[in-house]
Write a protein that binds this ligand. Sequence first.
Ligand SMILES: NC(=O)c1ccc[n+]([C@@H]2O[C@H](COP(=O)([O-])OP(=O)(O)OC[C@H]3O[C@@H](n4cnc5c(N)ncnc54)[C@H](O)[C@@H]3O)[C@@H](O)[C@H]2O)c1
Length: 322
Amino acid sequence: MRILVTGGFGFIGSEFSSLAHKSGHHLTIIDKMTYAADTENLSPELKSKACISNLDISDSKTLTEFLSAQESFDYIVNFAAESHVDRSIKNGVVFVNSNVLGTVNLLEYLKNHPETKMLQVSTDEVYGSIDQGSWNEDFPLSPRSPYSSSKASAELFCLSYQTTHNVKVVITRCANNFGPRQSAEKLIPTIISSVLDGRKIPIYGDGHNRREWIYVADHAAALLRIVEGNPKHVVYNIGGTEMTNLELAAQLVQILGVPQSEIVHVTDRLGHDKRYSVNHSRFVLEFGKIQNDEIASSLINTVDWYKSNLEWLHRSQSRLSV
Ligand SMILES: NC(=O)c1ccc[n+]([C@@H]2O[C@H](COP(=O)([O-])OP(=O)(O)OC[C@H]3O[C@@H](n4cnc5c(N)ncnc54)[C@H](O)[C@@H]3O)[C@@H](O)[C@H]2O)c1
């Protein structure tokens, strides 16, 4: 298949690109190369085979010029986004540009290319926060942060273009990812780098906020199954293993071999969602099991990767003020 991957130098986009490349697909990768991207996230072999462009999907003119010079695609997989809730709390504007306008620009391309389908990589955060039980795909969207609002808005544009213009879109709402090559600003890399740098481990508020965690390789594999398959639905939840932030930190601290007293509580995130939980039986029924390994072994792999890739970690840390 000919696949256009946006945000392919980021955390999940690079994992997906590597997997899709190994599976024999031909990739075109566009990325704005923000602080979250790293040129080394893709292998030299993949970079030599793929068509790669440094491009901002919110820049309609440049995007259109680039895409019109390409052979048409079977699939667009849209990872390109600003992805950090804390940054969206500081300033939401770039979230609207990249996450909403960028998606609409891709939908405009789909409007004129009925042969191309799009997979919109979205998040469980679009549902808001749930005290008990789990969301299925029919739950109303109730995003509570500027980040999740931008992702929910992008989804609504996808659905409206589907209704109005008959474009072919699939939307996935996935839980929190972790694994190699995740920007130093996110929770798990922050915990690991705090220990490696000899700093205390900061946990927001009481640490009782609950999230589901999925290993990035499992997420990428789930997305590829949709791209290669014949999805019967438009929206799929993709969940993981639920735990509190404190439980997660405690497991990592144990793996890293430092005392639990290294964990300190810091001022809570504004509007911090209490709990996310998705029911992903729709995906499992159609495409099979999602998680391959116990979360404990995936966390060990992740810690090992950061320990063996300190240069990558320091590069990522150095870009955070951008
Ligand atoms: N990380 C998670 O836990 C998670 C969970 C569910 C869904 N998602 C979604 O998955 C996607 C990828 O997330 P991630 O964690 O890999 O993010 P990331 O921040 O690591 O990577 C995002 C990539 O998109 C690129 N990008 C940003 N704005 C762009 C633009 N305007 N044009 C072109 N490229 C642009 C960045 O340079 C980067 O390479 C996002 O859409 C995110 O909302 C993430």
